[in-house]
Write a new protein. Structure first.
Length: 674
C-alpha cells in the first residue's frame, strides 16, 4: 500500500517559473477553491501523470493534460507559454520507504516516456542528495521488465498482479491503469458510471477482474489453478496418447494387440496394468501371448529333436506343401473378402457424404430463413408469411394436396429434424471409418501370414527336389523363424512393460490432478469469497440508503452480480435505469464499499482515494455531507484526496466543522508565479 506525501510542480516560462507545492497527510485532504476553473483538477491530473496513470483521463503522455502544463498559462489577464514542466510526486509505502517521482512535460514526446525515481523525499531530491533510477512507461515491458516503471511501482506498492485472460486468447498482467479507476474518480468521465475510465487493454471482464483483485478473492487463485490444471490435463492427455499410439504401432507390427488398452487417461493401479494383456492375432482367434510363446517353444523343441534329412521327411513335406497351398487359397479368399468389405464401406461413406451435403445445404437455408424472419426482413411480403403472392391463399411448405389437413413442420422443427439427421449421418460415417480401420488391420495380418506361408512353400519345393541325404531347409528355416519370433516377442513384452510403467506414472499424475480439481469450488468462489461479496453488498446498500438513493423502492432486491461483481437488480445493471443523481450516489457508495471491504477483510486496496468534484448532477447538499462524513469516519486508516468547490457558505461551514483535515485552499490559481 502507499500514500502521497507531497506534490510539487514547476513550469518554466520565458517570464519566470510558475507552479505550486502541496503537502498531503493521512485522512482527508481537500484541494479546495471557492469557484471552478482555478486548478484543482490540474493538481489531481499531475498526480495521475507522475504515476503513469494519465490514461484514466482519456489519453497518454501530455495529450491527457490540461494546457496549463504544456501550451499556455492564463494569469492576471496575461498569457504565458510553458517551455518545460517538471512534476515531482513524493510517495511512501507501508515499509516507510520514501521516493520522489519526477516526470517532465516536454515538446519531445520520447522524453515524456521516461520517469525518474529518486531515493528520498522532494527536499533531498532538489538538493541533489538522492540516487537516481530511470524507468520507461507506455512501452512493451513497462509492466513486466526490470526497467519498466509500472513494474517498479507495483513492487513498491507491495502488489503482485495476476495474469488475466484477454480477447486474443492470451494471458496478460492486470495492468495498474485498470485497477486505479476503482479508487481515482476523475471529474469528467469518472462520474459517468462505475469504473468507466478503465483503458481498453483487451482484458476479458476487466471490471470483474479489478474487483476480484481489490477484494483479494480466492477466485483469482482458483482460476489460476484451473488454467494450470487445464494445461496439465492437456499435457497428460498428449503424453498418454503418444504412448498408446506407440504401443499400438509396435503391437501392430508384430500382429499383436492389447484389446482393453485405455485410449484416454484413467486412474490405474498395478492390478489394472496386469490386466492389459498382450494377445497374438491369428486368423480365427487371438491367443494370449505367453501361451503363444509356449506353443512356439514346443514346436521349436520338436524341430530340434527331429531328423532333418529330406529322405526321412519327404512324405511329411509333401503333405505340408499340399496343406499350405490349400491354406493360402483360403487366406487369399479371406483377404479378398476383407478388401471387398473395405470397398463397400468406402462406397457407403461416399453415399452418406452426398446425403450429408444435401442436408447441410437444407440446414443452412432453413437457418438463413429463420434469421431473416427473426430480423424482420421481408416481413410485409406475402411469401414470407406463407401466402401465395398470386392468389393470396394460405400455402404450406409441402407438395401434398392443400385440401387435406397435413401437419407440416415449422422452420424450427425442420432445423431440429435436419440437425438430428446430420448427427445420425456423421455418426454413421465414423462407424464406417472404424470398420475400414478394422478390416485394414485384419487384411494386414492376412497378408503377413500369406507371405510367411509362401516362404515355407518355396523351402519345401527346394527340399523335395534335393537329394535324400540333404538337410531339409524347410525345418531349418522354421526353427530359425520360430526362435527369432520368440526372441522378438520377448523383447516386445519387455518394451510394452516399460510403456505400461509410463502409463502408470501418468495415471498417478492424473489422479493428483483430479484430486486437486475436486478441491476447487465448482463456481470458483470460495466460502471466504461469498462472505466478502455479501459484506460488499451489505455495505453498499447501507451507503446508498444513507445517501437516499430512490430509483428503486426495495433496496433489498439489490445484489452483487456473480457474473460482473457489480451492483445489479433483477439481473440488470443497477445504473441502467436510475437518475443521474442516483448514478452519482451509486459511484460514491460502491467506491467506498470497496475500500471498507478491503480494510476489514485483508484486500488489496492501496487505501488511497482521489475523488475530483464529488458534488455532481446538482446532488442534494445533505447527501454530499453524509458522503463526506463517511469518508471522515475512516480517520487515518486511509488517505482521501478530494478536489472540491466550496461554492456556498453552508458547505464551507460543514467543512470547517471537520477536525484534523488538511485543507489546501486555492485562493487565486493553482499554478501561480513562484
Amino acid at each position: 500500500m502507499f500514500w502521497i506525501n507531497r506534490l510539487k510542480t514547476v513550469i518554466k516560462t520565458a517570464e519566470g517559473n510558475f507552479g505550486n507545492d502541496q503537502r498531503f497527510f493521512k485522512g482527508i485532504n481537500l484541494i479546495a477553491s471557492n469557484t471552478n476553473t482555478e486548478g484543482k483538477s490540474s493538481c489531481i491530473e499531475a498526480i495521475y501523470y507522475c504515476l503513469g496513470l494519465e490514461e484514466i483521463l482519456g489519453g497518454r503522455n501530455d495529450k491527457a493534460l490540461k494546457p496549463v502544463f504544456k501550451s499556455k498559462i492564463d494569469y492576471n489577464g496575461n498569457t504565458y507559454v510553458p517551455i518545460e514542466t517538471n512534476i515531482y510526486l513524493e510517495i511512501q509505502n507501508d515499509m516507510s520507504k520514501i521516493i520522489t517521482i519526477n516526470r517532465n512535460v516536454e515538446k519531445q514526446q520520447e522524453h515524456n516516456l521516461i520517469i525518474k525515481v529518486y531515493d528520498g523525499n522532494i527536499e533531498e531530491t532538489l538538493e541533489g542528495k538522492c540516487n537516481l533510477s530511470e524507468y520507461y512507461i507506455h512501452s512493451s515491458g513497462s509492466a513486466t521488465s526490470q526497467k519498466g516503471f509500472h513494474a517498479f511501482l507495483e513492487k513498491f506498492i507491495g502488489w503482485k498482479l495476476p495474469e488475466v485472460p484477454t480477447y486474443d486468447d492470451k494471458d496478460r498482467k492486470l495492468y495498474l491503469q485498470t485497477i486505479f479507476p476503482a479508487m481515482f474518480i476523475e471529474q469528467k468521465r469518472g462520474w459517468s458510471g462505475l469504473l468507466n475510465t478503465i483503458p481498453n487493454f483487451g482484458v476479458k471482464d476487466v471490471k470483474r477482474k479489478v474487483i476480484e483483485y481489490i477484494l483479494n478473492l480466492d477466485i483469482i487463485e482458483n482460476e489460476r489453478l484451473k488454467i494450470e490444471q487445464k494445461i496439465k490435463e492437456v499435457e497428460i492427455k498428449n503424453k498418454w496418447t503418444i504412448i498408446v499410439n506407440e504401443m499400438n504401432s509396435i503391437l501392430k507390427n508384430k500382429c499383436c494387440t492389447i484389446p482393453n488398452l485405455y485410449e484416454n487417461p484413467k486412474v490405474l493401479d498395478e492390478n489394472n496394468m496386469k490386466m492389459l494383456s498382450i494377445f497374438k492375432q491369428e486368423q480365427k482367434e487371438n491367443i494370449y501371448i505367453e501361451k503363444y510363446i509356449e506353443q512356439l517353444e514346443t514346436e521349436s523343441d520338436k524341430l530340434k529333436q527331429k531328423d532333418l534329412k529330406v529322405g526321412t521327411n519327404i512324405e511329411e513335406l509333401q503333405i505340408e506343401l499340399d496343406n499350405l497351398k490349400k491354406d493360402i487359397l483360403q487366406d487369399e479368399e479371406i483377404l479378398e473378402t476383407q478388401n471387398k468389405q473395405i470397398h463397400l464401406e468406402e462406397d457407403e461413406i461416399k453415399v452418406i457424404m452426398s446425403n450429408l451435403e444435401i442436408i447441410n445445404k437444407d440446414l443452412t437455408n432453413n437457418k438463413d430463413l429463420r434469421k431473416l424472419k427473426q430480423l424482420g426482413a421481408l416481413k410485409n411480403t406475402n411469401i414470407i408469411n406463407d401466402i401465395c403472392p398470386t392468389c393470396n391463399q394460405k400455402i404450406k411448405d409441402c407438395l401434398l394436396p392443400q385440401v387435406n389437413n397435413f401437419n407440416v413442420m415449422s422452420i424450427e422443427e425442420n432445423i431440429k429434424h435436419l440437425q438430428e439427421q446430420k448427427n445420425l449421418l456423421e455418426y454413421s460415417i465414423n462407424a464406417h471409418k472404424d470398420n475400414i480401420k478394422k478390416y485394414n488391420e485384419l487384411a494386414g495380418v492376412m497378408k503377413e501370414t500369406i507371405i510367411k506361408k509362401r516362404r515355407i512353400i518355396r523351402n519345401i519345393i527346394n527340399d523335395i527336389y534335393s537329394t535324400d541325404t540333404s538337410i531339409a531347409e524347410t525345418y531349418v528355416y522354421k526353427k530359425v523363424a520360430i526362435d527369432n519370433e520368440i526372441d522378438e516377442l520377448q523383447k516386445l513384452i519387455t518394451l510394452i512393460e516399460t510403456y505400461k510403467k509410463e502409463l502408470l506414472n501418468l495415471s498417478k499424475e492424473w489422479e493428483k490432478l483430479l484430486e486437486a480439481r475436486n478441491k476447487i469450488p465448482k463456481d470458483s468462489f470460495s466460502e471466504n469469497d461469498n462472505m466478502k461479496i455479501k459484506k460488499l453488498r451489505d455495505d453498499f446498500i447501507n451507503f446508498i440508503k444513507n445517501y437516499r438513493y430512490s430509483s428503486i423502492d426495495n433496496l433489498s432486491e439489490i445484489e452483487i452480480s456473480k457474473e460482473k461483481l457489480l451492483p445489479s437488480v433483477y439481473g440488470f445493471d443497477l445504473t441502467a435505469d436510475c437518475s443521474a443523481s442516483d448514478n452519482i450516489r451509486v459511484i460514491w457508495a460502491f467506491t467506498l464499499a470497496l475500500l471498507i471491504n478491503s480494510l476489514a477483510l485483508n484486500g488489496n486496496h492501496p487505501n488511497v482515494l482521489i475523488i475530483d468534484e464529488p458534488d455532481q448532477q446538482s446532488i442534494v447538499a445533505e447527501d454530499l455531507y453524509k458522503f463526506l462524513e463517511d469518508l471522515y469516519k475512516l480517520n487515518d486508516k486511509s488517505q482521501i484526496i478530494l478536489g472540491i468547490t466550496l461554492k456556498d457558505e453552508e458547505l464551507k461551514k460543514f467543512v470547517n466543522k471537520l477536525e484534523n483535515i488538511n485543507i489546501l485552499l486555492i485562493e487565486d490559481k493553482a499554478m501561480k508565479p513562484i
